[in-house]
Design a protein around this ligand. Structure first.
Ligand SMILES: C[S@@+](CC[C@H](N)C(=O)[O-])C[C@H]1O[C@@H](n2cnc3c(N)ncnc32)[C@H](O)[C@@H]1O
Length: 246
């Protein structure tokens, strides 16, 4: 099984538990939807959404944007759960890093918190940008370097490897995507303890570890959880990106 298959399987398995657990994704979707609403667009907009999940962003944008929607996700089960939101739209299982969209162009490409799963963020975003029609916008959010800072620090302070992948800082993302306008959103969520945080990641399907990471021994994980303390505060650092004309 490739890592991408693992990511898709983990999200597919989380379809029914996702919405109740996706607190951070909902906060980010609100922010991103407000940014999209402020952009100019033609009356009949051609929209591509990638990594739709159960449709947290889709349902915020559908009432705002009339047009032709193509809604996509790597996970067939996630896509299926979003289908009921917009029965008249087109749906496609698609790896957004390798879009199969022969000759199609879009006025708006949107995505909330899916791009952090890309294996090469810069190359993928450049390929997606090439799908924009003249005057079009690509608007997406992804996780930034400070996300899960307390979880990483608990591992580091014990000399243990952390399974959460590294994410780019705002400055690093700006280097990767020089034409992007980036808005950083920082917030903290409270958890009963570290175990509750790890369980929430699993319930949203985000449990696939960084490439090459080997799970910690049970005793080591217990020490990490103790180091994190309870209640546990966990930082989310969301980078909201706009590419396209002002
Ligand atoms: C954290 S969820 C976010 C879902 C939704 N956008 C939301 O705001 O709730 C991440 C989604 O990205 C999808 N995903 C991960 N890698 C992807 C890829 N390479 N191409 C398309 N979708 C991907 C997953 O299947 C999952 O549905």
């Amino acid at each position: 099984m490739t890592r991408k298959d693992q990511v898709a399987a983990a999200f597919s398995a989380a379809t029914t538990t996702y919405e109740a657990a996706a607190r951070a994704q909902a906060i980010s979707a609100d922010h991103l939807a407000a940014m999209v609403a402020a952009l100019p667009r033609p009356p009949q907009t051609r929209v591509l959404e990638f990594g739709c999940g159960t449709g947290l962003l889709t349902r915020r944008l559908l009432p705002l944007i009339a047009g032709d929607w193509l809604i996509t996700d790597l996970s067939a089960a996630m896509l299926e759960s979003a289908r009921q939101l917009a029965p008249r739209s087109r749906f496609q299982v698609m790896d957004a890093e390798a879009p199969e969209l022969a000759g199609q162009r879009f006025d708006l490409i949107v995505s909330n918190l899916a791009a952090q799963w890309f294996s090469d963020l810069g190359a993928a975003i450049n390929r997606l940008t090439a799908l924009l029609a003249p005057g079009g916008h690509l608007v997406f959010s992804t996780l930034g370097a400070q996300s899960f800072r307390q979880w990483r620090e608990a591992h580091q302070s014990l000399g243990l490897p952390c399974g959460i992948p590294d994410f780019p800082s705002r400055a690093a993302l700006q280097n990767i995507l020089p034409a992007a306008r980036i808005d950083e959103q920082l917030f903290t969520l409270a958890y009963e303890n570290g175990r509750a945080f790890a369980a929430e990641l699993k319930r949203i399907g985000a449990g696939t570890p960084a490439p090459g990471h080997r799970p910690l021994k049970v005793a080591d994980m217990r020490t990490v959880l103790q180091r994190l303390g309870q209640p546990a505060a966990i930082t989310y650092d969301v980078l909201h990106v706009v590419i396209g004309p002002r």
